[in-house]
Structures are given as C-alpha cells and as structure tokens.
Design a protein around this ligand. Structure first.
Ligand code: UDP
Ligand code: GLC
Ligand code: MN
Length: 325
C-alpha cells in the first residue's frame, strides 16, 4: 500500500549502516510497504547514496537534542538526547499509517501485519514492562500530534532524556487501556531477555520477527571476518545473542558492503570487515579470560550474567558440583 510506510532514523554514518541493514532485511522479506529513512545532515554522501538505493524516500531532518544530560546519565547513554529527532516521524503526513523502527533493529520475517494495529502500538520495554519500548511502534502521522508531542517535551521533558520517556509520558494509558496495542515481544526482541529469562528465550526466541540490538554496544561496534564468519570485539559488553549478531553481519557484509564500495570508489572507508587477521582459535574465550573475577561479580550483581559464556549453565553446574562434593 502506497500510503503506509516503515520509517527509521539515522543521524550519523554508524546508525546509517544499521538503517541499511534494516531496510535490506525488510526488502528481503518482501514487504509491500514503502520504506522511509530520516537522516541528519551529518550523514555522508556515499552513505546517503546507499540509503537511496534501499529506501523509497530519504528525508533530511533537523537533529533535535533533549540536552538532558542528567536523565541520560542515569541510563549511561549520554548519546541518546538526539533520539528526540524521532518525533519528526509524525510529520510524514503523506502516509496514513507507519511503523517506526530503530536503526538497530532487523527483521527476520515479514511483519506487514503490524499495519493492522492502531496508534500507539508497541511492545513492552524489557526493563520496565509497564512502559513500551520505542524501538518499534505503530503510529499515524499527524501535524496535530506532532505539535502536541513537541509541546509535551517543552512542558514535561523526558524522564529518560530520550524519546522513549516522552512517548510513554504522552501515550500514558498504553499499559492499561487497550491490550491490542501491546505488540508481542517477538516484534521487538532484545537479547536482554537472555540474561533476565533464559528459559523463555529458549522457548520463544526462535519465533522472533524483529531483533533489536538495544544497548550501548551495537552490531557495528564489532569487526567481522567474512571468510571465517567470525565476529570480534569487546565481548565483555556483549548483550546480544551471537546468532542474531552473525545474521546482521552476514547481511551487512554480503549486501551492504559491496554497495558502500561502489559509492566510496577509491576513497578509503571503514567497513568493519577485516579479512584473514590472525586470531586465536577461540577469541571470545580469550577475551573473556581477561575479565577479572571482581568485574564478573559486579556484572553478575547487575543482572548481566554471561549465560552464553563463562556463566553458562554448564559452568555454573560444574561449580555447584564441586561445592557439593
Ligand atoms: N539514533 C541516531 N543517532 C544517534 C543515536 C540514536 O540516529 O546518535 C537513532 C537510531 O535510529 C537509533 C534510535 O535513535 O536506533 C534509538 O537509539 P538506540 O537504538 O541507540 O537506543 P537503544 O535502543 O539502544 O536504547
Ligand atoms: C530506549 C529505546 C530507544 C530510545 C531510547 C531513548 O531504550 O530502545 O528506542 O530511543 O530508549 O529514549
Ligand atoms: Mn535501539
């Protein structure tokens, strides 16, 4: 349908890479909707050119910044003030209904059925499920709503310093008013679920339709060896299921990097792909061994156990067994 669109946002080249992968994933799963990317003026020419090949519409918008350092500091994400820019999506009034998706999301199946939902539909935030997560939401563009949202920002600010705080303040009856506006978690699956509820992740994670790489470390924070299909980087910070991360990199290295090469021509650019770098047989384990037990204890106490690695069930069981013996 021509009057319905998926919309995302990228204010810089890093998030633009995320937007490229998201757009390509929507195309690969044969969406019938239009694709729109909002960008900040900072996004480079070659990245804009690649985005134009994937998206139907590219719109340059002013970058809004909440400037709310105090609230952003509580989330340890000083970079998220610019997410106020997301609110521009309500100005896309040549569409009657849209689905906004963060640039750090990727679809793993067709999700056009989301357009059957009404504004404001979204999935619960894994950190505070009475709030919705603003990484994926259904909305109706409207100049009136846009104006009201901006007025709300001026009057009340945002309790998290970013768009999610504003949107939850504005659509404040989301938690209680209408269950049809609660999207199933599989439309906005973040790997935090691995740490907080592993059995549920094992049971339902396979049904995921949208993966959200929520948190400070994004897929593009790592490097990837396409030949060896190996991801490396600061695994201490990893909060992402390795297989989703591999899916992101496979799509990025296979479909996006060739387009970037074409656009950059002879200009050097950082693709994030490194080929044939000498690496140990198990770099992940090697990096993990560098984390002191004090650091691990701290992580564990913050609820960030490394269930896929050192704190795996097998390792915990082995430790318990030694105590019992
Ligand atoms: N974003 C952006 N530039 C930035 C930060 C954020 O364009 O510097 C956009 C991008 O679409 C991103 C969204 O705002 O996906 C929300 O930020 P992020 O995904 O980093 O937040 P998280 O989901 O990790 O809380
Ligand atoms: C969140 C959401 C993100 C939003 C940010 C700031 O955690 O995932 O989409 O931009 O908070 O409010
Ligand atoms: Mn996000």
């Amino acid at each position: 349908m021509a009057d319905q669109a998926f919309v995302t946002l990228a204010t810089n080249d890093s998030y633009a890479r995320g937007a490229m992968v998201l757009g390509k994933s929507l195309r690969n799963h044969n969406t019938s909707k239009k694709l729109v990317v909002l960008i900040g003026p900072q996004v480079s020419e070659p990245c804009q050119a690649v985005l134009k090949r994937i998206y139907d519409e590219l719109k340059v918008v002013d970058v809004l910044d909440s400037g709310d350092t105090a609230h952003l500091a509580m989330m340890k994400r000083p970079d998220l003030g610019v997410t106020f820019t997301k609110l521009h999506c309500w100005t896309l009034t040549h569409y009657t209904k849209c689905v906004f998706m963060d640039a750090d999301t990727m679809v793993v199946s067709n999700i056009d059925e989301l357009f059957d939902r009404e504004e404001l539909s979204a999935a619960p935030d894994p950190g505070w499920p009475d709030c919705f997560n603003s990484g994926v939401f259904v909305f109706r563009p409207s100049v009136e709503t846009h104006g009201k949202l901006l007025a709300f920002c001026t009057e009340h600010g945002s309790f998290d310093g970013g768009d999610q705080g504003v949107l939850n303040g504005f659509f404040s009856d989301w938690a209680t008013a209408d269950i049809s506006k609660h999207l199933p978690f599989i439309y906005n699956l973040s790997s935090i679920a691995i740490y907080t509820y592993l059995p549920a992740f094992k049971q339902y994670g396979g049904n995921a339709k949208v993966v959200h790489f929520l948190g400070k470390t994004k897929p593009w924070s790592y490097t990837f060896d396409p030949k060896a299909k190996r991801i490396s980087g600061n695994v201490h910070e990893a909060a992402t299921h390795p297989s989703f991360l591999l899916d992101w990199w496979t799509l990025y290295a296979g479909s996006i990097v060739p387009m970037l090469h074409q656009q950059y021509g002879d200009q050097p650019f950082h693709s994030g792909c490194v080929e044939g770098e000498s690496q140990s047989a198990n770099p992940q384990q090697e990096l993990e061994l560098q984390m002191s037990s004090e650091e691990r204890k701290e992580k564990w106490e913050q609820g960030q156990a490394d269930y896929m690695g050192q704190d795996s069930f097998d390792n915990i069981k082995r430790k318990l067994d030694t105590f019992l013996k």
